[in-house]
Design a protein around this ligand. Sequence first.
Ligand code: PMP
Length: 327
Amino acid sequence: MSLALQSLNDPHHHYLRSRLGDGRGADLLARVGDTPLVRLSRILPPDLSPDVQVWAKLEWFNPGGSVKDRAALSMVLDAEERGLLRPGATILDASSGNTGIAYAMIAAARGYKLTLCLPANASPERKGMLRAYGAEIVETDPLEGSDGAIATARAMFQAAPDRYVYLDQYNNAANWQAHFHTTGPEIWRDTGGRITHWVAALGTSGTFTGTTRYLKSRNPDVQALSIQPDGPFHGLEGLKYMDTSLRPGIYDEELADEALFAPTEESLALARRLASEEGLLAGISSGAQVWGAIEVARRLERGVVVTLLPDGGARYLSEGHLYGGGR
Ligand code: PMP
């Protein structure tokens, strides 16, 4: 089928294709989104009601390897459309990892420079990937975590506002809108509208916010459950414990029907089991997502529970949590 025909038949393709144009990485970047939704089986408790299904969306199928391709591309296209971002310009933001890698891929393909603030203790795999894509890395105090990276990016922008296009993923509506236009519709389509519960963990909150708004617009009875780590000192990279973090401007506490708090050890154990019992080599935060999905599934007599696995496990192998190895 020709691309033109495909875009007429596929709203996702149309949403991206029409904004990407023809050149500058358009074929690569049109592959962002439309990720597989798979049903979990062996990892679920044996006493679950037979009328409850649990599904997971595999976000490492994105070309930059994580869910953040969606948000990063949406923020870049939005800045282009508003005339802020022109070829050769320098994008600036803070990221603990995945957004940075997504920006770096997009910047390379579309001809932008990227300056990224990230905590100095980010894994060697992450820094290596960023450098391979040609990004400039500004390392920030590891003790201050992602909030330290945010403060540094803000200060750099304030000191030289003409030098950078600061995308500010925590306060940029194009972040959650990416999920309203892609993740939500894909889940609705792939479950045939049968989804009853949507469970997702919070980083910037973009994934949860945009997907929840879309799903509730289709069916207000869909229950949305957010997941945070169960305390400020956790090992769940990419997630935020909101009470003690800088609050993302796009975070809307009222949106969740219920807030869940994932314990780190159980989440790590589930991330390991995703690989060894489901064949899904997922990242650490995926363990928290599946912990939440199982918590919800246990309570139900019938239902279709959907969660999302934000990235793949290859990014975390040097940390050793996924197989007991390590550096
Ligand atoms: N898991 C991982 C591994 C992530 O990198 C992120 C993004 N920070 C999330 C979950 C949460 O996604 P969001 O920012 O859309 O809330």
